[in-house]
Design a protein around this ligand. Structure first.
Ligand SMILES: NC(=O)c1ccc[n+]([C@@H]2O[C@H](COP(=O)([O-])OP(=O)(O)OC[C@H]3O[C@@H](n4cnc5c(N)ncnc54)[C@H](O)[C@@H]3O)[C@@H](O)[C@H]2O)c1
Length: 263
């Protein structure tokens, strides 16, 4: 039987983390690199991605960055080819990049709707389809999709496009897991609740101090643990799903929300 240390060792594995420059993605890139994986940080924010890769390199870990807009098919091709060229394989794919702009349906244009669907859902279909071919030829791999508690239950009005994308991503996760199990490609999802990230902080930009206190109180009141989560609390679960710790799991969604969905 392997030791805990051996099970969590990702030495020799090549990983892609989309949206890996900030927030949850950056925390996941850190944990995977620390476990020994070579990590490609794929992000639309080129400067932040490069800084993130440098921070990992300073620790002596292997990481490179690439400017990728996951809503563009050619960028996804480039992301996968670069990983294969630079690291020799693609063993772990983390589909994390996502946007959550708030707008009611009555104010939402078709462009607004499609931007969220293309970034959060179409991108996941494309990257699974293209990566799975490589993983199949290698004899297997791990795919982790960062969904949301909104993949299960809406958290607030104004996120119809987001909830459609995340419910879709969860359905896609299950069906892809079914299709690729015989190829030894394990495909699971993590559904975060409220996590402190730059994206969440940007949501309250423009709000007064009073409004922010009101919003925070209302938000914390919904969390049984009475605190917002840290990005590393998602990254630790991603490490579990990327490692042999989760060797008999596929098509599962792990909710990491401080108990929000219990209410
Ligand atoms: N933070 C939360 O509370 C929370 C809750 C549930 C689900 N999530 C999900 O977690 C994921 C990450 O969220 P976060 O809060 O860390 O976001 P964030 O905005 O803090 O970071 C997202 C990263 O993705 C990058 N990105 C955005 N659009 C991109 C694109 N088209 N192509 C490539 N990169 C792109 C950004 O530059 C950024 O580095 C998202 O899928 C989100 O839906 C977050």
């Amino acid at each position: 039987m392997e030791s805990n240390k051996e099970l969590l060792n990702l030495t020799g594995k090549a990983a892609i983390v989309t949206g890996g420059a900030k927030g949850i993605g950056s925390a996941i890139a850190y944990r995977l690199a620390e476990a020994g994986a070579s990590v490609l940080i794929a992000d639309i924010d080129e400067e932040a991605a490069s800084k993130c890769a440098q921070d990992l390199n300073i620790n002596g870990w292997k990481a490179i960055s690439l400017k990728v807009d996951v809503s563009i098919e050619g960028d996804i091709d480039n992301m996968i080819n670069t990983t294969k060229d630079q690291f020799g394989s693609v063993d772990i794919l983390v589909n994390n990049a996502g946007i959550y702009p708030s707008k009611l349906i009555k104010d939402m244009s078709l462009d607004d709707f499609e931007k969220v669907i293309h970034t959060n859902l179409r991108s996941v279909f494309l990257s699974i389809k293209k990566t799975a071919e490589i993983m199949k030829n290698q004899g297997g791999g791990k795919i982790i999709n960062v969904t949301s508690i909104d993949a299960i239950h809406p958290s607030m009005a104004g996120l119809a496009h987001y909830d459609a994308s995340k419910h879709g991503e969860w359905g896609l996760t299950k069906n892809a897991a079914l299709e690729y199990a015989e190829d030894k490609i394990w495909i699971n999802a993590i559904a975060p609740g409220g996590i402190a990230t730059p994206g969440v902080a940007a949501m309250s930009q423009g709000a007064s101090a009073e409004q922010m206190t009101e919003q925070t109180d209302a938000f914390l009141g919904k969390i049984p643990m009475h605190r917002i989560g840290d990005a590393d609390e998602i990254a630790k679960v991603a490490l579990f799903l990327a490692s042999d710790m989760s060797s008999y799991m596929t098509g599962e969604q792990l909710v990491v929300d401080g108990g929000v969905l219990l209410r």
